[in-house]
Write a protein that binds this ligand. Structure first.
Ligand code: ADP
Ligand code: MG
Length: 234
């Protein structure tokens, strides 16, 4: 049995000219299928660097990252792009929706890249939007939706390919308290339905919603502990 995510001795060094900076300094961690894990740490601690590695947007300088048992170091850029499209759903702080396209057009985009036929794309996009509570908003553009609704569109886009892993970097960082509650409630539902979620945050009350917290400080995971939510019914 292997975990969905295994990190072993992962280091990431950024180089600009002659200056080197080691943003991750030897990270070991394992995340099982179906877990809801929050990575928490202060600004500059290496959270986004870790998210980029987990999302196959970047590769470790040293060490190994195994996703579903596959060592990502052995994959070329084309193979990493396929993994990003098929296995991973991304949610970002700034939503990253295309403003001129309706909600369902935004949500179908990963299916366009995956080569899914048009009629099936529309059906799956509408189903994903229904799942996040936006069945009545499929034809709205991002500018016609609240921040919380826009982030739910982004979650629908992340889920439409049925990825193994949902990765969210500060997903509530731009939301008011009502929309934050809304989006975190959606994550609870997705977790209860068996989805694997890695959520990155600097906010303790957001991290407390996950089942397990990895505390990252200065490029190292310093604490790996279950939260109070781990014992609560999902
Ligand atoms: N492309 C880069 N080049 C050089 N340094 C970087 C780069 N990206 C991030 N860093 C540095 O790495 C450290 C960790 O950054 P980051 O992973 O973005 O932290 P966090 O998301 O926790 O705020 C910071 O000190 C940041 O300045
Ligand atoms: Mg960050």
């Amino acid at each position: 049995m292997s975990a969905l995510i295994e990190l072993a001795g992962v280091r990431k060094t950024y180089r600009s000219g002659s200056v080197e900076f080691e943003a991750l300094r030897g990270v070991d961690a394992a995340i099982e299928t179906g877990e809801y894990v929050a990575v928490i740490g202060p600004s500059g601690s290496g959270k986004s660097t870790l998210m980029n590695l987990l999302g196959c947007l970047d590769v470790p300088t040293e060490g190994h990252y195994l996703l579903a048992g596959e060592d990502t170091a052995e994959l070329d850029e084309a193979a990493l792009a396929v993994i990003r499209n098929r296995r991973i759903g991304f949610v970002f702080q700034q939503f990253h929706l295309l403003p001129s396209m309706s909600a369902w057009r935004n949500v179908e985009l990963p299916l366009v890249y995956a080569g899914i036929p048009r009629a099936e794309r529309r059906e799956r996009a509408v189903a994903a939007l229904t799942r996040v509570g936006l069945a009545e908003r499929v034809d709205h553009r991002p500018g016609e939706l609240s921040g919380g609704q826009q982030q739910r569109v982004a979650v629908a886009r992340a889920l439409v390919t049925e990825p193994d892993l949902l990765l969210a970097d500060e997903p509530t960082g731009n939301l008011d308290s009502t929309s934050t509650r809304d989006v975190l409630g959606l994550f609870d539902e997705l977790h209860a339905a068996g989805r694997t979620i890695v959520l990155i945050t600097h906010e303790p009350d957001v991290a407390a919603r996950a089942q397990r917290n990895l505390v990252i400080d200065d490029g190292l995971i310093t604490v790996d502990r279950p939260t109070a939510a781990a014992g609560a019914p999902a």
